[in-house]
Design a protein around this ligand. Structure first.
Ligand code: NAI
Length: 398
């Protein structure tokens, strides 16, 4: 078992890398073993005994709480940091109260500032729009700031009382007494590093455009500033690679077009004119909404992969939640986690097994063997369980 390392942004991946995984709550115990079997089969098919992942389970969520009394043990965070690349199933977050989101805690602890979500259509997946294949985007969602960073206080608390009093006295602003208060913080540094990563990705992957999505018409000094800082970094650091939509006026000179759209307009644009968009860079909350909309367009969360990336670590993860009603029933669709593992393999530059898995998933779906979330909507489909779906993908690999 060897360690993946990262130095000055350059990854070094040994032939037998240790990769930590979090099984996850709910359907995590159905989809995570399926993902591991598929990845192992593809890696063996391409590299024989020359390369293999040494999977290392690390506890988080309910399983960790039962074993250690903590939902997110310090050792788990330490391992995710130490081994650089890891993958996780979904973790439960109680609504209104209780523990804060473990997913958010992991992102913040490891400073995984970019949530990366590629969304494209797989033929054979039932989708709610007429031409789902027109959507092929990669969403870069800022991961550490915005109303998501958890700076908020409960209505009636001492903190809220003191903030209301401060705003009234110092700024002549009145807020209703019984309010909860949250802070929306968006910084220059976090905005710029996110947009930089999105533009670098667009350049490295021959993408056509990067669209900055914001709600700066209303939230001028947070979302509006994100837009301004985004353009600043594009012009300053990528002057010879990019051109703004206004400057381009039909002629891009082979450069990546930088566009901007207001978030509410973008939500309808993605439905009405999906092929106009490619890489998307946006603050945290917008990115959350946009990711789910795009995933739904190509057939739902069961098929959308995701990654959280920082400068020193990356955690790949299914984009859906724990689907508690399906837990342990061998019904969940493992595609989101499997395709997240594909992203992970690409990130490790193990490109051939990544391609093999993508093709095998596509062939399995096109063959009409579908988990129950998809099968109901496809005429003549055969319903398969999670484990059997994985078996069929593996058959298409070997
Ligand atoms: P969810 O994604 O678990 O479920 C939404 C709907 O999609 C349900 O009908 C579910 O059955 C279905 N679904 C989701 N994944 C599926 C799959 N792989 N195969 C078949 N059907 C699937 O979202 P929900 O209900 O909002 O959240 C449940 C829990 O998951 C909450 O505690 C939430 O906080 C957590 N969560 C965790 C995430 C993460 O770990 N990254 C992300 C989103 C939610």
């Amino acid at each position: 078992m060897e360690k993946i390392t990262i130095k000055n942004g350059r990854l070094n991946v040994p032939d037998f890398p240790a990769i930590p995984f979090i099984t996850g709550d709910g359907i995590g115990s159905d989809i995570t073993p399926a993902m591991i079997r598929i990845v192992d089969a593809a890696v063996e098919k391409i590299y024989g005994s020359g390369k293999k992942i040494a999977w290392k389970e690390v506890p988080a969520g309910k399983k960790a709480f039962a074993e250690t009394g903590s939902y997110l043990p310090e050792q788990t965070l330490e391992d995710l940091r130490k081994y650089v690349i890891s993958i996780k199933g979904p973790l439960e977050t109680p609504v209104a109260g209780g523990i804060r989101s473990l997913n958010v805690a992991i992102r913040q602890a490891l400073d995984l500032y970019a949530c990366v979500r590629p969304v494209r259509y797989f033929r054979g997946v039932p989708a709610p729009v007429r031409e789902p294949e027109l959507l092929d985007v990669v969403i870069f969602r800022e991961n550490t700031e915005d109303v998501y960073s958890g700076i908020e206080w409960e209505a009636g608390s001492k903190q809220v009382a003191s903030i209301i009093e401060y705003l009234r006295q110092k700024h002549d602003i009145s807020i209703a007494d019984n309010s909860g208060i949250g802070i929306k913080n968006i910084s220059e540094a976090a905005s710029k590093r996110l947009v930089r990563k999105a533009i670098e990705y667009a350049i490295g992957n021959n993408r056509k455009s990067v669209t900055l999505v914001h709600k700066g018409n209303i939230m001028k000094y947070t979302e509006g500033a994100f837009l301004r800082w985004g353009y600043e970094i594009a012009k300053r650091e990528f002057a010879s690679d990019v051109i703004t939509e206004k400057e381009a006026s039909g002629n891009t000179e082979g450069r990546i077009i930088i566009k901007d759209r207001i978030a509410d307009n973008m939500l309808q644009q993605l439905l009405l004119n999906p092929s106009a968009y490619d890489v998307i860079a946006t603050p945290n909350l917008n990115g959350d909404y946009i990711s789910d909309l795009c995933a739904a367009q190509v057939g739902g969360l069961g098929i959308a992969p995701g990654a959280n990336m920082g400068s020193d670590a990356a955690v790949f993860e299914a984009t859906h939640g724990t689907a508690p009603e399906l837990e342990g029933k061998d019904k969940a669709n493992p595609c989101s986690l499997v395709l997240s593992a594909v992203l992970m393999l690409e990130y490790m530059s193990w490109i051939e097994p990544a391609k093999l898995i993508t093709a095998a998933v596509e062939n399995t779906i096109q063959g009409g063997n579908l988990t129950s979330d998809f099968a109901g909507e496809v005429k003549g489909a055969r319903i398969v369980g999670t484990a059997e779906f994985a078996d069929m993908v593996i058959k298409n690999i070997i």
